[in-house]
Design a protein around this ligand. Structure first.
Ligand code: ATP
Ligand code: MG
Length: 569
């Protein structure tokens, strides 16, 4: 593990199960978990919960956690997704060492075990069409009925199954089914399909196979092959657990090396103002509603990384929300608060002006530059400080000046004074406007040299402090103000309405004429800062435009604002 700190994970019900298993001497005292993503999309924040849980358990019990690609479905899986998943789990700070597995590596074993089931008369080849299968399956309230092919002999089934593998039949004409009980109250036990025919290319096994195993069969067998002790999954698989156990029970005498892992279900993570379904996220990507899987508005690991969220914040969030069996939805503001908490501790403070208003300090010498010392962090002195150049022309935020301000406006006004952070008190003497539009173009101010560093020797009251940058040394930057992707808390609440209609039109505002202080010339992609009074920002990974700042264009992504602005909405 790359984590240095000792585990702080609060014990959830799964830990109690494991404690009991260990006390009872189960699994020879071993704890082996796995994270089993299907490589059909990028991982999202929901997966992070599962990753933190599975790898966290391995860490806390000195056990191991495998990374296993559940790549049994040839149609949707791509190598791009495999690489993105590897990067995401690593970035979260977890390590599977050499134990990276693919379910497709077990295809031969899956086949052998399926043959064993046939030989035990526990599986048969069925020719019902998908429609007929549905009809025969029954419903939640009515029992199913036996397929006419259920009585095939073992020999006939073996012959047909081998011929299915050899490619003698077309897609959908035959399946291999488990022979369990068509009257079972649990529909999952009504002779579920184990194998189907798919003449498809697979990203790892190429064209070696034209039959592919179903999830319920492949998953438990993969777990057993890897000697997983606790197979942790989300609640929707609770009703599949009897099937999980049935397969492993049937295969016990076939291969004594197959272990029988314990399936444990927990409630998946749902978050407000976003979606956590790979299918929906893919839809956002393919319809260009976002700029890709790593768009900073996406709840994907790649997206939140680019947005500036930190692995520590995500791990802390996952620990704090806990693991239960109760379905619930977590507030996005809670995740954002975890991000603020981490960034507050680690992000250097710098100054940036996003909507610049030029201010000329008329009593400051033309060619002179004053260097002011400014600490990078209010409490962590180990972060040091930098020199801020102060000059005759500076920029302040347009919002920090009002010509006719309300009573409680403590920033700059005509004739009023304001403190410039780390610098001087200035007084506004004149407002220069565009002669045709009337827009404010520039302020003429004077500074008080006696107030260097913000001290006011005569004790006069100056309530406001604002941020600024010096015009001649500031770097031009583009700042992307990201906000929540959806404007409603639950965009998928109404299934009749396309969830994309709830996309937040304000989720990205690009400000391309911003200025940041010169110390940021050294800023590297993904580096994180607090822009004083504005929020937390990070340098975007894509710095392709070389036209500015000595061949570098600085692009900053807003990670979060300083406070939760959604509360009052
Ligand atoms: P999606 O619904 O987004 O397609 P999935 O369950 O199909 O997700 P998998 O790749 O199969 O995606 O998921 C890998 C693991 O992550 C599984 O063990 C799954 O239970 C878990 N997981 C997926 N989504 C969540 C979530 N929202 N919260 C917690 N765990 C999740
Ligand atoms: Mg799944």
């Amino acid at each position: 593990m790359t984590q240095q700190t000792p585990p702080v994970t609060p014990k959830n019900f799964i830990y109690h199960i494991i404690d009991e298993d260990l006390a009872a001497g189960k699994n020879q005292g071993k704890v082996i978990t796995r994270f089993p993503p299907e490589p059909n999309g990028y991982l999202h924040i929901g997966h992070a919960k599962s990753i933190c849980l599975n790898f966290g358990i391995a860490r806390d019990y000195h056990g191991i956690c495998n990374l296993r690609f559940d790549d049994t479905n040839p149609t949707t899986e791509e190598a791009e997704y495999v690489n993105a998943i590897i990067a995401a789990v690593k970035w979260l700070g977890f390590d599977w060492q050499e134990r990276m597995y693919y379910a497709s590596d077990y295809f031969e074993k899956f086949f052998t075990y399926a043959v064993a089931l046939i030989k035990k008369d526990k599986a048969y080849v069925c020719d019902l069409t998908p429609e007929e299968m549905r009809e025969y399956r029954g419903t939640l309230t009515s029992p199913g009925k036996n397929s006419p092919y259920r009585q095939r002999t073992i020999e006939e089934n073996l012959d047909l199954f081998l011929r299915m593998r050899r490619g003698e039949f077309t897609d959908g004409t035959k399946v291999l089914r488990a022979k369990i009980d068509m009257q079972a109250p649990n529909i999952n036990l009504r002779d579920p399909v184990i194998y189907r025919i798919r003449h498809e290319h697979h990203h790892r096994t190429m064209d070696n196979w034209c039959i592919y195993p179903m999830y319920d069969y492949a998953h438990c067998v993969s777990d057993a092959i890897e000697n997983i002790t606790h197979s942790i999954c989300t609640l929707e698989f609770e009703d599949h657990r009897p099937l999980y156990d049935w397969f492993l029970e049937q295969l016990r005498d076939t291969d004594p090396n197959l272990s029988h892992p314990q399936q444990i279900e927990f409630a998946r993570l749902n978050l407000t103002y976003t979606v956590t379904s790979k299918r929906k996220l893919l839809e956002l990507v393919t319809t260009n509603a976002v700029a890709g899987w790593d768009d900073p508005r996406m709840p994907t690991i790649a997206g939140i990384k680019r947005r500036g969220f930190t692995p520590a914040a995500i791990r802390n969030f996952c620990d704090k929300i806990g693991v239960t069996k109760q379905e619930s939805t977590v507030e996005m503001s809670y995740l954002e608060e975890c991000v603020r908490e981490d960034l507050n501790a680690i992000a250097p403070r710098v100054m940036a002006v996003l909507k610049p208003l030029r201010v000329v300090i008329t009593n400051f010498p033309c060619e002179h530059t004053d260097q002011l010392d400014a600490p990078y962090h209010p409490t962590d002195i180990s972060m040091g400080s930098r020199q801020l150049p102060f000059a005759r022309e500076i920029y302040i935020e347009q919002d920090d000046f009002m010509e006719i301000p309300p009573k409680d406006f403590f920033r700059l006004r005509p004739g009023g004074e304001v403190r410039l952070r780390y610098a001087y008190v200035i007084k506004c003497n004149e407002v220069i406007k565009n002669s045709t539009t009337g827009a404010i173009e520039e302020l003429r101010c004077t500074y008080d040299p006696a107030t260097r560093g913000g001290n006011i020797p005569d004790g006069r009251k100056v309530k406001g402090t604002i941020h600024w940058v010096a015009a001649n040394s500031a770097l031009k930057a583009e700042v992307r103000l990201y906000d929540r992707l959806f404007s409603v808390a639950n965009p998928t609440a109404n299934k009749e309405v396309d969830f994309k209609t709830h996309l937040n039109p304000q989720s990205l505002i690009v400000l391309s004429e911003c200025f940041v202080e010169p110390s940021l010339i050294e800023a590297k992609p993904e580096e994180k800062f607090q822009f004083e009074r504005l929020g937390y920002f990070c340098v975007d990974v894509d710095q392709s435009d070389n036209s500015r700042n000595n061949g570098r264009k600085l692009i900053f992504n807003r990670t979060v604002t300083l406070k939760d602005g959604w509360k009052k909405k």
